[in-house]
Structure formats: C-alpha cells, structure tokens
Design a protein around this ligand. Structure first.
Ligand SMILES: [Zn+2]
Length: 98
C-alpha cells in the first residue's frame, strides 16, 4: 500500500528556504566538491550537481543533512518525471548493475 502524503504549503516554503541556506554552507560545498552523484555514482563537475531531497518536500521531507544529497542533472530530471515507485525501481536497477 502506498501513502500519498501531501505536505502543507507552509512546510514546503520553509524547507525550500532551509535548502537555500544549506546550499551556501561549507558542508554542502564539501559534498559537491567530491563531484559524485549520490544515486548513479557518476563523476560530474561539482557545478553540475544539484541538491536533491531524498524524501521530496511535498511528501513531508525536510532540508536536513540526512535528506539532502548531490544529484546529477540526469538523475534529478528522472526523479522529477517518475512516479515514486518508478524511481524506486530505477534505484534498484542501479544497485544491481552498477
Ligand atoms: Zn546521477
């Protein structure tokens, strides 16, 4: 069974602001300096890495260090366009065939 949790607009607005702060932090700069996508492990230019929420804000995710990972543009746009279950399958495939 899948739960579709829709977070409040206030939650999303607050966590987006926190994400902007996190992107300016030294912690984030160190994370992207490695130049590796969290999902597909591809080596990418740090400038090409985007901050992705593992649990999306609309599903109640927060802008904490544990929930924010560097993602390449390909993974990021896949994640935007896929249903959560399709995204899970994509990650599962990556784990099986690295
Ligand atoms: Zn990737």
């Amino acid at each position: 069974m899948t739960f579709f949790f829709e977070a409040s607009e206030e939650h999303i607005r607050r966590e987006r602001a926190r994400a902007r702060e996190l992107r300016r932090s030294q912690w984030w700069k160190n994370r992207i300096a490695r130049g590796i996508c969290h999902y597909c492990q591809a080596r990418v230019d740090p400038k090409e890495l985007t901050l992705d929420h593992v649990v999306p804000l609309v599903r109640g995710g927060r802008s904490t260090r544990g929930n924010c990972v560097p993602a390449c543009k390909a993974c990021n746009s896949r994640k935007q366009s896929m249903l959560p279950v399709e995204w899970e399958e994509y990650l599962e495939r990556l784990r099986r065939e690295p």
